[in-house]
Design a binder for this molecule. Structure first.
Ligand code: BTN
Length: 329
């Protein structure tokens, strides 16, 4: 009922709709309408009540609830099933559980806060309440399992495009999956897979987007390496609308990959990269070395030119080395 009331208030945006009209359209008493309006107000909806004119929605809270997401969603597949938590351990853990139980492709898990948000290489992920987008998407792609790492690159392209277009922020991708602004991390992506030898059962793409975290809210160990859209732009942005934009972009790139393969997306990844052409340090599973990042190959691996030749980086941590100041002496 509250969803229907909200829908009617939204279609009369900027105008009033009387309690009598609402009660007639929804076939409930005016008292019932009044009670639902009160509970919406308690949830943070700013609804103006005028004694003669009725109700008018002034502002919706920036919540990532299914009700709000459905009202702005433009994607067809991604977000077709939404699991929402105020607090959860990790959206990736929940998404993996749902995927193992057979949830449909396109299911998303979203939370206002995570208590044990997980990052790559067994690191944690800072996920404070109502300040970011902590999101996991379940895909069941028709690719070979060896193709899965490229899904991370695909997601990085989609999120970068969404942030660039929606927030007008020139962020870029550090190989393989970090989105940086001004050298600091804005977004992290954690892709997890369950597969047979020759088929993927499911892939969970987890995305952590630092949206409205103020610089002083980052814990000390992240203060120098993390940033947010708020810190970069100087003003908050709507998490809800950015989330819907990300789902639209991700759906588009995913459908393109299913239709045409990964090649066009890898080309797009290169244009959005902040790694290529840079001096880098590579910390691999067994060794460390330095060189210059040249390109990515058709598997999405990073090719690094070193003193001893060209090296292919499949896994590990790559950091961009600051440029040495020119020596004028
Ligand atoms: C990284 O850069 O190390 C990846 C960070 C991924 C964080 C996101 S937040 C939503 C999803 N749930 C998790 O527990 N992790 C991912």
């Amino acid at each position: 009922m509250r969803t229907q009331i909200l829908q009617l208030l939204r279609t009369h945006s900027g105008q009033y709709i009387s309690g009598e009209e609402l009660s007639r359209m929804l076939a409930v008493s005016r008292t019932a309408i009044w009670k639902h309006i009160q509970s919406l107000k308690n949830e943070g909806y700013a609804i103006e009540a005028h004694p003669r004119l009725g109700y008018s929605l002034r502002q919706a809270p920036d919540l990532l609830s299914p009700k709000e997401i459905k009202a702005c969603l433009e994607s067809q597949l991604l977000g077709s099933h939404i699991h929402y938590f105020t607090d959860v351990g990790s959206t990736n853990n929940e998404a993996k559980k749902l995927a193992a139980e057979g949830c449909p492709e396109g299911t998303i898990v979203v939370a206002e806060a995570q208590t044990i948000g997980r990052g790559r290489l067994s690191r944690g992920w800072f996920s404070p309440h109502g300040k970011g987008i902590w999101l996991s998407v379940v895909l069941r792609p028709p690719f070979q399992p060896q193709q899965a790492p490229k899904c991370t690159l695909m997601a990085a392209v989609a999120v970068t495009k969404a942030i660039r277009n929606f927030c007008d922020l020139p962020c870029g991708i550090k190989w393989p999956n970090d989105i940086l602004y001004d050298g600091k991390k804005l977004v992290g992506i954690l892709t997890e897979m369950n597969a047979e030898m020759d088929a993927i059962n499911y892939i969970v793409i987890g995305m952590g987007i630092n949206v409205n975290i103020t610089a002083d809210e980052f814990p000390p160990e992240l203060a120098e390496i993390g940033t947010s859209i708020l810190a970069a732009k100087g003003h908050p942005v709507s998490r809800l609308h950015l989330l819907c934009r990300i789902l639209t972009e991700l759906e588009q790139v995913y459908q393109q990959v299913v239709r045409e393969g990964f090649a066009p997306i890898l080309e797009e990844w290169k244009t959005l990269s902040v790694t290529l052409g840079q001096a880098v340090n590579v910390i691999g599973p067994d060794e460390q070395y330095s060189g210059t990042a040249i390109t990515i190959d058709e598997d999405g691996a990073l090719l690094v030119e070193t003193d001893t030749g060209l090296r292919k980086v499949i896994a590990g941590d790559v950091s961009i080395r600051p440029r040495q100041p020119a020596n004028n002496s």
